[in-house]
Design a protein around this ligand. Structure first.
Ligand code: 3PY
Ligand code: MG
Length: 254
């Protein structure tokens, strides 16, 4: 179990810039680490990696010196357990509808006494038995980052209670789903979404809780950071390939 520098930086009030990983090749994760990202968020909610490729993505993140945070497929305890047993240093839990669901995600991510994560020493996270179980539990609880999505009406309604959960490290705003939830699908930049984001950010920051979200480019990331958002998934591997591909071809053909 490695130290989670992202968790430390957030606690110190520093910003963390990561990116979403949506491809299956560990080399891509290594490249992103060498490029200087603070973390990778491996997006299993929307993408097609299987568990065998996922564990290699997590290994590659370690090689490149950054934590792998798993955006889990679903908010179920089994998905959270699988991601953490692989050695992910945190989870981003989507579609949370209430404070009770956020609390359940925390319980799934933490060992007793903070939660009820299933414990086994045979896992990659436990170094296949080479870590003392008590030490493993202590280190996991200390370093596992719990990121809770705010992208539903239920989460918006219960945001004060979610923010108050001590073991939630980051409130992560999903503007695309939030737009749908607010009745304006396909308009993540709509003023109503922006207003909801600002309200959530203000409340979380007042309670000393970090806030995260996605940013398509550096300009948006800069504006978000100026607004108090500390944990940013800047673009994604696929989006960066797409924009560079477009740029190269445009340069050649213009
Ligand atoms: C959303 O905008 O809904 C997201 O989940 C962003 O990643
Ligand atoms: Mg979403």
């Amino acid at each position: 179990m490695r130290e989670n520098l992202v968790k430390q930086r957030l606690k110190n009030g520093q910003n963390c810039i990561g990116t979403m990983v949506r491809t299956h090749d560990p080399a891509v994760v290594e490249v992103l680490g060498y490029a200087g990202f603070d973390f990778v968020a491996i997006d299993t909610e929307h993408m097609t990696m299987n568990d065998e490729s996922l564990v290699d993505l997590v290994r590659a993140a370690v090689l490149a010196g950054m934590p792998a945070i798993m955006r889990v497929r679903t908010k179920t305890p089994g998905e959270i357990l699988r991601a953490l047993d692989m050695g992910a240093l945190g989870v981003i839990v989507p579609q949370i509808e209430s404070a009770a669901e956020a609390q359940a995600a925390v319980r799934a991510a933490k060992f007793a006494p903070l939660g009820s994560r299933g414990m086994a020493n045979s896992t990659r996270a436990a170094r296949y038995g080479f870590l003392d179980l008590k030490e493993y539990a202590r280190l996991s609880n200390e370093h596992t980052l719990v990121v809770i999505y705010c992208e539903t009406l239920g989460a918006l309604r219960e945001i004060d209670e979610i923010i108050a959960l001590e073991q939630v490290d980051v409130i992560f705003i999903g503007p695309t789903d939030l737009a749908q939830a607010l009745g304006i699908p396909g308009e993540p930049d709509h003023p109503q979404v922006r207003e909801a984001m600002e309200t959530v950010t203000r409340k979380a920051r007042a309670a000393g809780k970090a806030v995260g979200t996605v940013a398509a480019d550096a300009e948006r990331a800069r504006a978000l950071m100026a607004g108090g958002i500390q944990f940013i998934a800047l673009s994604s591997d696929l989006a960066m390939i797409a924009s560079q591909a477009r740029r190269h071809l445009q340069a050649l053909r213009s």
